[in-house]
Design a protein around this ligand. Structure first.
Ligand code: URA
Length: 238
């Protein structure tokens, strides 16, 4: 009977990406046949062993699902929000247990990719694959060329230097500036913190692209399956 590493089994079952599953296992939330297992590399027999995460049974999906969603402002990216707020799972009608690849803040809108395929999620979110994320930032007033230069070079946030970003001014008038920001990492509130560090508050933040997948014509709250082409371009031929 084929055995599977516990972290791979969990990510293949749509619990979370592989790295996140490592954290979940280490935190003692996973039981195998009723016993807590904290070793990431434990082997399980997917046919015989009963695996549970926080008391909920986990099993491998019958098929993989890949979805893109235009997350509106005012939705959390967690499965159940501790403050009882609306979540992205209220928007997507799917039987499978899905997780988002990277998150967006409650007040950020735009492109989210959801899947139950842990290997795929691992590739898209792993720094080794260097997948770009593109944001549209709207701020009040005119932004100076010197401020854009600081963002490009890598601004210091909480005594930590942010990696350089691709930053382009899209349009501006006396009231509003619109800026494109492309980053490869996904640190917590990274774009907002970059702008805070130059003393600018973001009025609107929207993710418009992950790798080669664009938000396209999806309206707020709308979702659809990724096309075969979008999948292939994102992680190479599957
Ligand atoms: N950067 C942010 O500040 N927020 C997001 O949601 C994503 C990137």
């Amino acid at each position: 009977m084929k055995k599977l590493r516990l972290n791979k089994f969990l990510s293949n079952s749509g619990v979370a990406s592989r790295r996140k599953c490592d954290e979940i296992i280490a935190s003692g939330k996973v039981t195998v046949n009723g016993k807590v297992v904290t070793e990431i590399g434990s082997q399980i027999n997917e046919k015989k062993d009963k695996v549970m995460v926080e008391g909920k049974a986990v099993c491998l999906p019958s098929s993989f699902v890949y979805i893109k969603l235009n997350k509106p402002k005012g939705y959390a990216c967690t499965a159940s929000d501790e403050k009882g707020r609306k979540t992205i799972y209220d928007l997507v009608d799917c039987e499978e247990r899905l997780f988002s690849i990277g998150r967006l803040d409650y007040n950020t809108e735009g492109l989210i990719i959801l899947t139950n395929d842990g290997d795929f999620a691992n590739k898209v979110s792993h720094p080794r694959y260097d997948v770009e994320k593109e944001y549209r930032v709207t701020i009040e007033g005119k932004i100076k060329e010197s401020e854009l230069a600081v963002l490009r070079k890598g601004v210091v946030v909480d005594s930590q230097k942010m990696p350089p970003a691709k930053v382009k001014l899209l349009s501006q008038d006396e009231n509003v500036s619109k800026i494109s920001v492309v980053i490869n990492e996904g640190q917590n509130r990274q774009v907002r913190r970059m702008f805070e560090a130059i003393g600018r508050e973001i009025k609107l933040l929207k993710r418009v692209r992950i790798g080669s997948v664009r938000l396209g014509g999806l309206s707020r709250g709308q979702w659809r399956d990724l096309t075969e082409d979008e999948l292939n371009l994102l992680v190479g031929k599957k």
